[in-house]
Ligand binder design. Structure first.
Ligand code: FMN
Length: 304
């Protein structure tokens, strides 16, 4: 018996629950010689903005115990270059392409989403709600239920595509933000983005990142991500969830599924092992076979 790894994220069908996380796998095509992209559940692009961005000045990455701190600052070629140059190459694979949308204003999110919706080959949009909001002094959109609702509702009007809201963990209580995103039209929630942090260089007596503050990712954040995912699953049991944070093995991915995730994303671990996604898919399959389970539904959310 081959277990069925297919999952539905609302209107989005995936052949398996394992995707690459935004910003950690380029646009996807960069990895085509290393990873058979047609095996992935989905490819999530790095976040796209209205115009090209150089990102933050270096140093913008620092190693930390069990993780890394980054302040890339949304470096990307801009949505137009993505649509014209990259998307046609990604369309060659049968893997759903989820375009990550970023913006510094509600209007920017809407304009990026509208351009992506007119392009051929985008399966869904993932809203990166960890972007700094220029109108609110650079605060992340996703820390406020109201701002989250504004962005999601405005993009909902601008696209017929399935909409995923990617939440930030940098909040006291994530549940009201999750509820606001769903009420405003998000069909799927993805959590979490990176956790705010700093790192200090004692020899130089300065911050390790030029921006001082960065986002922590990797194994260090897995318990935080799983905590938020579990709470959101309890509050909104009908909403498909995508778990992301610190996954570096099939076991890590299965933990998320047991806590209620429909699918997972792998980020930082791609830098250590670019083919990890494929190993995780195989490992999930093996677990199901070994335990005589025929689909993921049978184990999803059983740990409450
Ligand atoms: C270098 C780097 C760049 C990232 N860029 C983005 C991005 O463009 N958009 C986004 O939504 N998340 C971005 N993230 C966050 C990841 O998608 C993911 O949510 C986070 O790293 C937690 O997963 P992990 O522990 O598996 O890396 C980035 C993370 C890293 C490490």
């Amino acid at each position: 018996m081959t277990p069925n790894l297919q999952v539905s994220l609302g209107r989005l069908q995936l052949r398996n629950p394992v995707m690459v996380a935004a910003g950690t796998f380029g646009y996807g095509v960069e990895y085509r010689d290393l990873v058979d992209l047609s095996q992935l559940g989905a490819i999530v692009t790095k976040s796209l903005t209205l115009t090209p961005r150089m990102g933050n000045p270096p140093p913008r990455v620092a190693e930390t115990p069990a993780g890394m701190l980054n302040a890339i600052g949304l470096q990307n070629d801009g949505v137009d270059a993505f649509v014209v140059e990259t998307l046609p190459r990604l369309r060659a694979y049968e893997t759903p392409i989820i375009a990550s949308v970023a913006g510094e204003s509600v209007e920017e999110y809407v304009r990026v989403a509208a351009k992506l919706s007119r392009a051929e080959g985008v399966a869904a949009l993932e809203l990166n709600l960890s972007c700094p909001n220029q109108a609110h002094g650079g605060m992340e959109f996703g820390v406020s239920p109201e701002l989250t609702a504004q962005v999601v509702a405005a993009v909902r009007q601008a696209t017929p595509l399935p909409l995923i809201a990617k939440l930030t963990p940098n909040v006291g209580d994530i549940v009201p933000v999750a509820q606001a995103a769903v009420e405003a039209g998000a069909e799927v929630l993805c959590l979490i983005n990176t956790v705010l942090g700093v790192a200090v260089d004692v020899r130089e007596r300065r911050f390790r990142l030029a921006t001082k503050v960065g986002g922590l990712s990797g194994p260090a954040i897995k318990p935080i991500a799983q905590y938020h995912l579990w709470r959101v699953h309890q509050a909104l049991p009908e909403v498909p969830l995508v778990g992301v944070g610190g996954i570096s093995s099939a076991e890590d991915a299965l933990e998320y599924i047991l806590l209620g995730a429909h699918a997972v994303q792998i980020g930082t671990a791609n830098y250590v092992q670019p083919t990890l996604t494929l190993e995780v898919i195989e490992g999930i399959q093996r677990y199901l076979v070994d335990h005589g389970i025929d689909s993921l539904e049978a184990i999803r959310g059983v740990v409450q």
